[in-house]
Design a protein around this ligand. Structure first.
Ligand code: SF4
Ligand code: SF4
Length: 287
């Protein structure tokens, strides 16, 4: 069998390569694919220079951002072992697709590099230096996949914030989608009101809220101990995303807002039974 060598691969027209990348990502399970020309990091000037793609991999011309959706009914059980397993499965798939896409591009003579879906090794490392080595949320925004909401998550039209991302940096120059100019966040503040650590605060003057990263990390450290990491309540309650239509879960923000109080007075409240079941069985969140 003949192998494809990076040295001998003929240069391809960029639109042909772009179509191949999309085909590869679709076949390997991507729900969202975006292309961010590297100039956008300089143009928007929001990300500190050492955290930009060309600082990490100087040949970068395009960042390919791949998203995988997190099914809403499983996210709704959070915190639960089921949500933890979903998170782990999504992470494994994301790393696999990014690794394989990197090799796919290298075989076509395009030097590439992928950044694993979380840019940090542990929560305590993040607490010590509160910035991941690379931010996929900004990359996904520059790739035109959505806008950043009050919760600091990327909101997409398809899945709201219920999507996880990984990025592949490549020397190939591929056309980008336009950056989304519409803010998808409707400032309902459900994310801030439901946050168990009060880590999110709305601001009058802008969509993006204030975010207490340390409070959020503390919540995660607690959930790691209970083996029900991550939290993701702000992701669960966000009303944005067509996935709500699929699961017929539109207009249920009130149910989320009442959850903590209702369960405090009645841990077996029938409205929440499908969620409390997986918190009670298989882990020790509800005694
Ligand atoms: S992940 Fe949880 S603790 Fe962190 S901001 Fe979202 S709701 Fe709050
Ligand atoms: S829950 Fe509401 S305020 Fe928070 S990000 Fe979503 S739309 Fe914006």
């Amino acid at each position: 069998m003949q192998s494809e060598s990076p040295k001998t691969a003929p240069p391809q027209p960029s639109d042909e390569l772009r179509a191949q990348v999309i085909g590869f990502c679709r076949e390997n399970g991507a729900d969202l694919i975006g292309f961010a020309p590297v100039e956008r990091w300089d143009e928007y000037d929001e990300v500190p220079v050492p955290f930009r793609p060309q600082s990490l991999f100087p040949p970068t011309q395009t960042v390919i951002v791949i998203g995988m959706a997190m099914p809403l009914p499983i996210v709704e059980t959070t915190p639960s072992f089921l949500h933890k397993e979903l998170y782990t499965a999504a992470n494994q798939e994301l790393d696999k697709i990014a690794y394989n896409l990197t090799r796919f591009l290298n075989r076509r003579g395009q030097a590439s590099y992928f950044f694993t879906r979380d840019g940090y090794a542990s929560l305590s490392a993040l607490k010590q230096k509160p910035q991941a080595a690379f931010g996929h949320v900004a990359a996904a925004r520059y790739a035109g996949l959505g806008s950043i909401g009050l919760s600091h998550n990327l909101l997409t039209p398809e899945y709201g914030p219920r999507v996880r991302f990984v990025s592949v940096f490549t020397a190939a120059k591929l056309d980008g989608q336009p950056v989304m100019t519409k803010d998808l966040c409707i400032k309902c503040e459900a994310c801030a009101k439901c946050c168990p650590k009060d880590a999110l605060k709305g601001r009058e003057d802008q969509i993006l809220g204030d975010y207490d990263l340390n409070a959020c990390i503390d919540q995660h450290i607690d959930l790691v101990r209970k083996k029900c990491y991550p939290c993701g309540i702000c992701i669960k309650v966000c009303p944005i995303g067509s996935d709500r239509k699929l699961y017929k879960q539109k207009g249920i923000v009130k149910k989320y807002l009442n959850e903590a109080d209702k369960l405090a007075s009645d841990p077996d409240h029938p409205d929440y039974r499908s969620w409390t079941h997986v918190r009670r069985h298989g882990c020790r969140l509800v005694e």
